[in-house]
Ligand binder design. Structure first.
Ligand code: SAM
Length: 317
């Protein structure tokens, strides 16, 4: 399949921004615009839409539907975000009033999603090291009505885990730079990645993997961390299963008692899990999510969640 053909198979995903309005009000608005809610996108009417089966507040429209002139989109009430890109914040699901870090935030799709899941309460520290992308992040946070986010133009690796400002942080989202090899040709998604080169050579992938592992190990050093979600928009095991395996074998994981959250905690109804041969353990492979471009009506993606060993038992109950 060509990238264009694969893109045509991806619905237009629209996330209802619950910082701005409720799902019910959004559905009423869509009905007033002539859109018809159905069980699925099957059907001939071009103004149909459906609710996503896995992500709350996510709606699917036919791929050609444009929201660029829509008043709800322009006022930040709708956020155009691929389904796979919605998995990380939902897996992390920080509770209301939590202290949270988004370590690699721009342009801010997952930051705004986390903010909404936290009910615009607590504090979300959003790091972005690139100055220009930090500007994009700040604009997006304003448009998305985020009142609980503190954007910080800094390199997450320079943040001292012992800094009292972050002493109460319990959840970290890590969606670092990656090869972008899972990305199908869609503009809103390209903004999230800095690179889009499926033919990336092994050497570059290894360098990215080394950086990604350093980021996870740094996150594991924060004193009160109980949950770390690590995600990429890559299809390469080098950046996904191999990085997770190395993180699990690290001193930082041993010191912090980190293990992978069990499958039932990581969107268990999603069918495509990690690659067992690359992960080394079938159980660990079940604990992570993959999305396959062209097969899952999403871009290619990978999501994993590290938890403190004691939390693993808790999430099983
Ligand atoms: N999570 C974002 C979203 O959903 O919109 C996409 C993040 S993009 C894949 C990775 C971002 O991390 C880039 O904007 C990059 O500049 C930033 N970044 C990379 N290394 C970083 C670091 N050490 N500290 C802070 N930001 C970093």
């Amino acid at each position: 399949q060509s990238p264009d053909a694969r893109a045509a198979n991806i619905p237009r995903y629209v996330r209802v921004n619950t910082n701005a309005w409720s799902l019910d009000t959004a559905l009423e608005y869509l009905a007033s615009q002539g859109h018809m809610l159905q069980e699925s996108l099957e059907g001939s009417h071009e103004k149909i839409f459906a609710k996503d089966a896995h992500i709350p507040n996510l709606l699917l429209f036919p791929a050609q539907t444009s929201f660029l002139e829509d008043t709800a989109y322009k006022s930040g009430k709708f956020i155009l975000q691929d389904k796979a890109s919605c998995f990380p914040a939902v897996v992390l699901s920080p509770p209301k009033n939590a202290r949270v870090i988004d370590a690699t935030a721009a342009p801010g799709n997952k930051t705004t999603h986390l903010s909404a899941l936290m009910g615009n309460t607590g504090k979300l520290f959003a790091f972005e090291r690139d100055r220009k992308r930090f500007g994009t992040l700040s604009t997006m946070l304003f448009r998305a009505h985020c009142k609980n986010v503190d954007p910080i133009n800094a390199d997450f690796l320079t943040v001292d885990p012992e800094d009292p400002n972050y002493a109460e942080v319990t959840h970290i989202l890590l969606d670092p730079s990656c090869s972008g090899s899972g990305i199908v040709n869609r503009l809103d998604y390209l903004l999230e990645t800095e690179e889009d080169n499926p033919d990336m050579e092994e050497d570059r992938l290894r360098k990215l993997a080394s950086f990604q592992l350093t980021m996870i190990k740094h996150a594991m050093k924060f004193p009160k961390i109980s949950h770390i979600v690590y995600s990429t928009c890559s299809i390469h095991a080098t950046e996904n299963e191999h990085v997770v395996r190395a993180a699990l074998e690290s001193d930082e994981a041993a010191n912090g008692s980190f293990v992978l959250a069990p499958q039932r905690y990581v969107i268990p109804t999603w069918h495509r899990r990690g690659l067992p041969n690359e992960m080394g353990s079938p159980d660990d492979a079940q604990s992570v999510i993959r999305c396959s471009p062209g097969e899952d009506a999403t871009n290619g993606f990978f999501v994993s969640c590290f938890v403190k060993a004691s939390k693993k038992r808790k999430t099983r109950e």
